[in-house]
Design a protein. Sequence first.
Length: 356
Amino acid sequence: MTEKQLINKFNQFNHASSYVSNKELASGHINDTYLIQTSKEPFFILQRINHIVFKDVPGLISNKVGVSKHILKKLAHLPEAKLKKSVLTFVQANNGEYYYKDENGNYWNVMVYISDSVTHEIVKSEEVAYEGGKLSGDFLNLTSDFDASKLIDVIPKFHDMSFRFSQFKEALKVASKERLEKAKEYIDRVNALKEEMHIIQNLKESGKIKLRVTHNDTKISNALFDKDNKGLCVIDTDTVMPGVVHYDFGDAIRTICNTAAEDETNLDLVNFNIDYYKAYKKGFLEKVESTLSPLEIKTLSLGAKTMIFIMAIRFLTDFLNNDIYYKTKYPEHNLDRAKNQFKLIDSMVSQMEIKN
């Protein structure tokens, strides 16, 4: 993408600013994201949304703009400077929409850049875990009165356990004998956990757990902090869609509490950091507990185990399918990822009682 082309995309939006320069932000794996510096603040984030991954980009943008507007209204009492750092603000295109579709079929959107903010790729302190929990909990709290039925499913069946087991079952039919043998221990573990791993989904489908707005990508790098590590804002809301509280809590715990990278092959290094878990849960509940039912609170730890398991079964399924989804660096990469997640489950279970 040339600078001239980027300027053209940026100027399709009603930002009332003069372009100065751009910097590509390479932290995401799906979209193309650029920091646009202008002659005066605020600066802006220009983003190309991957329409190959996301099939309904206008629906996706409607989701995240609608949720941001809802939060802005809820926080309208805040001083303007604080408000601008507490929620994403989207800029309308000249056509009146919140996106621009270019001549090549690519979709673009623009957000106001939140200045003087930092992100963390990994958690290195209980303080950051606690503040991350507060941010995620506050997002769920502020959207608890938003009608989730107005949102589209950006990625259908993303956390649907029955769907993941169905994929796993199909993979078993086509897997090579060699891969089946290498994965046997973990295939047996998946089957042994099947009933327990459907509990959250069954509670959702029976209506015993509320369907609500969920973020669905709550890794710590999707939270902004100030320079003193105090939480500012949840970002990257492309995957906002209907879900249950366990999705956001569990996915955050999965990524925050693993003491090693998710493809670490030395399983002795893979442990569940119980102190980060407690810190995150404390901050999370401080913000959202008032909107949760006793059943939701009781099953939070099971939600964490369930979200770790979902990644384990997805990695294992891809290994059995000869690695058609996740990028791999060697033949057993996905199997090693699955082993890693199962070790994380073992470490978690050994340190706490998973309450059903």
